[in-house]
Design a protein around this ligand. Structure first.
Ligand SMILES: *Cc1c(COP(=O)(O)O)cnc(C)c1O
Length: 378
């Protein structure tokens, strides 16, 4: 067997931090239960290891966007309740049944489709309380024929929970309480990550965090509560010193004011390190923060390493995590924390690290359990 060639990009996912974040959010959400949004392969971190860890932490409800994601997850977690947010269309019912996945019904037509298919399998119902993206409109709710439906969760989704005090959050919570009150659903669910802390009075039965599980601090009240989960690194492939007046990169957008030591890194916008980082981002090399200079190109980016002239080709530079908080990197790039994580591409060699085996919150920790490190490269 030949080894795959080594990647110059490394993504490390700290499963203990993921577990800690799940427990922290579950505590904040209590007594409501805590689900996990794992769509887009856990926001770019990869589905398998994070989903298994969430299950081990006690998570039982998993939200994906699409049927193919549901199929991927079903292969990993045979007993999980899998909810498919983007609903069900004609021709997909059999696939839902085969996967024991439950659609989030978003329109009266989808409700009718699921009922005609039997309706005895559980499904969820999305109510549109002001996002105006997916969901049954408020004026349609009273006219829904839900007879024969096995309705698990009535849910809605916040548009602005990451903006403290935004009036729409309160309005959505009130609308949801009123609209869902008479529905024959077993559970009600409203809060995403930010909603858990922004609207603690509107947690109902189940919270559905996503980004916060993966270390996204999307609300001031989550600061200090969450641990960073992802670390992205790229290798230095060339170093050089340029004289004052030289420019760097496409369109010569940055010029050296003095003789400058530069490092070229093996990452670019094809790897999700978008052009917003051009002359705005920072990277950490040998423990020192260095500014990105010039335009990010497709596969390369250049940093001013004058503060650490000892840097050599082969050194690893950190672009995210470990000294570069996700929220700060997002600000530099003009991207949201969501985009930054989910853009992490497939060129990365992914490492999943866990120092301690997963411990259920209800169980006593096992201090005598041997420390071990599991590294899996995908
Ligand atoms: C993505 C999503 C979530 C999770 O949102 P976060 O802001 O990542 O916590 C919850 N509910 C729905 C309907 C979603 O689409």
């Amino acid at each position: 067997m030949t080894m795959p060639p080594a990647s110059r990009l490394r993504l490390s996912v700290d499963l203990d931090a993921l577990g800690s974040n799940y427990r922290a959010l579950a505590r904040l959400a209590g007594p409501a239960a805590c689900a996990a949004a794992v769509k887009a392969e856990c926001y770019g971190l990869g589905l398998e290891q994070p989903a298994r860890r969430l299950w081990a932490e006690g998570c039982r409800d998993f939200f994906v966007a699409t049927l193919p994601e549901a199929a991927q997850l079903r292969a990993l977690l045979p007993e999980a309740r899998i909810h498919v947010l983007n609903g069900v269309l004609e021709g997909e019912v059999a696939a839902f049944r085969a996967l024991s996945a439950q659609p989030v019904l978003n329109t009266p037509e989808q409700v009718a489709l699921w009922r005609q298919a039997g309706g005895e399998r559980p499904a969820d119902l999305m109510l549109d309380t002001g996002m105006n993206r997916l969901g049954v409109r408020p004026e349609e709710v009273a006219g829904l024929d839900l007879s024969g439906l096995n309705l698990d969760i009535a849910l809605s989704h916040f548009a602005c929970a990451d903006e403290p005090g935004h009036p729409l959050t309160r309005r959505q919570a009130d609308r949801f309480a009123a609209l869902s009150a008479g529905l024959p659903a077993r559970r009600r669910s409203l809060a995403n990550s930010a909603g858990i802390v922004e609207a603690p009075a509107a947690l109902f039965d189940l919270a559905r965090p996503g980004i916060a599980l993966y270390g996204g601090v999307v609300h001031p009240a989550l600061e200090g509560v969450l641990r960073p989960v992802a670390k992205a690194e790229a290798q230095v492939i060339q170093v050089k010193t340029v004289p004052a007046g030289e420019t760097v990169g496409y369109n010569a957008t940055w010029a050296a004011a003095a003789p400058t030591r530069l490092a070229t890194l093996a990452i670019g916008y094809a790897d999700g390190y978008l052009r917003g980082f051009s002359s705005r981002g920072q990277v950490v090399v040998r423990g020192v923060r260095c500014p990105v200079v010039g335009r990010v190109s497709m596969d390369l980016v250049t940093a001013d390493i004058s503060a650490v002239p000892a840097v050599q080709p082969g050194d690893w530079a950190t672009l995210l995590g470990d000294g570069i908080p996700l929220a700060e990197a997002a600000l530099w790039s003009g991207l949201s924390q969501y985009e930054l994580l989910t853009l992490l591409g497939h060129r990365y060699e992914r490492h999943y690290c866990a120092e301690r085996p997963a411990v259920r919150e209800t169980e006593a920790p096992h201090p005598e359990a041997p420390e071990h490190e599991a590294r899996v490269t995908l």
